[in-house]
Design a protein around this ligand. Structure first.
Ligand SMILES: NC(=O)c1ccc[n+]([C@@H]2O[C@H](COP(=O)([O-])OP(=O)(O)OC[C@H]3O[C@@H](n4cnc5c(N)ncnc54)[C@H](O)[C@@H]3O)[C@@H](O)[C@H]2O)c1
Ligand SMILES: [Zn+2]
Length: 362
């Protein structure tokens, strides 16, 4: 499979490349050199990730240069950022230093926020090692950490210097983490590409086998969609909102269950179903397309249960979401597979009915 090169090109004429290739991890140092990254580099990862992907990275990469932060979503908080500042200071980092984040969305978002703020900004290269990070979090420049009371509350926009993805990293990803990423892949298809949606729905066996030949084109399609959308609307004033398809109800489900029950992608899986059922009920989407989406989601594997969660509690959690607090609730509803629209007139009654149709308690 040929390497893939995608350019994120913003309205100000600047941007960054996304390079995807099997074995790119092993060529990381050469790839950084080719990008013109200076000799001073601080690599950031976590101990479990580093142990797992070390053999897919260059032998010449000195382990001593790697800063290991604590693993897991609960460490995506300001104390971890503070410890990264300490490590950057110990390494003598200045504006000529490049941060290289090797990990999933937690490492990318946390190291990205540290890079965005240390000395008002160090360049960062993302080396995403999860499917979520390869198709989503490494692209678009959103970085940040959670507040104990609210997800992603503290953050910044910080464009990376480059995103370097290698599908080989995904071989060791726990199956549930892999599936969590696949729901986001389904989302890209549902939002912008019937071709991607159909390919993913019909080749689950190939995808779950995780061969680079099957995964690379899928990841590339997702990256192209995200690159196109964020290039046009970096700060989410308009079009970028379409990428929130499934995320309004999804985030509410996550918050309501204290981020313990669902992987983010799983909650988005439910969120897409809620949005699709709502769309059918208001005559905005054909029932067949809703059925296709439901099949794609359920065929990925079992989702955590929702029958014990009351639709009204989820509605309550939605009202606390930062996207709602800013003003009206912008809700993404599908028109058909491959096309969505953003509306702001969705009623509680419609949402409640769609949630009940998706298995929540009425
Ligand atoms: N910035 C954005 O635009 C954006 C977009 C989507 C998600 N996010 C954020 O990303 C985070 C979720 O990212 P995630 O799903 O990658 O989770 P994660 O970073 O927590 O990684 C999930 C788990 O996979 C393990 N892991 C990572 N790479 C591995 C590998 N190659 N093999 C085996 N195990 C591996 C990690 O140790 C971790 O336990 C959330 O905090 C979310 O808010 C940000
Ligand atoms: Zn998401």
């Amino acid at each position: 499979m040929e390497p893939v090169h995608i350019e994120v090109r913003h309205a100000d004429g600047r941007g960054y490349p996304i390079d995807l290739a099997e074995g790119l991890g092993l060529r990381l140092l050469a790839a950084l050199d080719a990008l013109g990254v200076g000799a001073q580099r601080v690599f950031v990862s976590t101990a479990p990730i580093w142990r797992t992907v070390r053999h897919l990275l260059p032998e010449g990469l000195p382990d001593a240069d790697v800063v290991l932060m604590a693993d897991g979503e609960r460490h995506k908080q300001l104390p971890a950022v503070s410890r990264l500042y300490d490590a950057l200071m110990r390494a003598g980092a200045d504006r000529a230093t490049t941060v290289v984040a090797i990990g999933g969305g937690v490492v990318g978002d946390t190291a990205g926020f540290a890079a965005a703020t240390y000395m008002r900004g160090l360049p960062i290269v993302h080396v995403p090692t999860t499917l979520v990070a390869q198709v989503d979090s490494a692209i678009g420049g959103k970085v940040g950490v959670n507040h104990p009371l609210a997800k992603n509350l503290v953050g910044a926009f910080h464009r990376p210097l480059a995103v370097l993805g290698d599908p080989r990293f995904l071989a060791t990803l726990p199956r549930r983490e892999f599936r969590a990423g696949l729901y986001e892949v389904v989302k890209y298809g549902a939002v912008a590409s019937v071709e991607l949606f159909t390919r993913v729905s019909h080749d689950l066996r190939g995808i779950f086998a995780r061969s680079a030949d099957v995964l690379l084109p899928v990841i590339a399609d997702c990256c192209r969609i995200k690159a196109r959308v964020v290039a046009a609307d970096e700060r989410e004033a308009g079009e970028r909102r379409i990428l929130n398809f499934g995320h309004t109800a999804g985030h509410a489900l996550e918050a309501l269950t204290k981020y313990r029950r669902f992987r983010h992608g799983e909650a988005v899986g439910y969120g897409m179903l809620v949005a699709a059922r709502l769309a059918v009920a208001r005559g905005a989407m054909p029932a067949d397309d809703c059925e296709a989406l439901a099949q794609a989601v359920t065929h990925m594997g079992p989702l955590p249960p929702v029958a014990d969660l009351a639709a009204d509690q989820v509605l309550e959690a939605m009202r606390l979401d930062k996207k709602v607090r800013a003003g009206r609730l912008h809700f993404v509803i599908p028109r058909r597979i491959g096309a969505v629209e953003v509306v702001d007139d969705v009623t509680d009654g419609e949402l409640r009915a769609a949630m009940v149709a998706t298995g929540l308690r009425g």
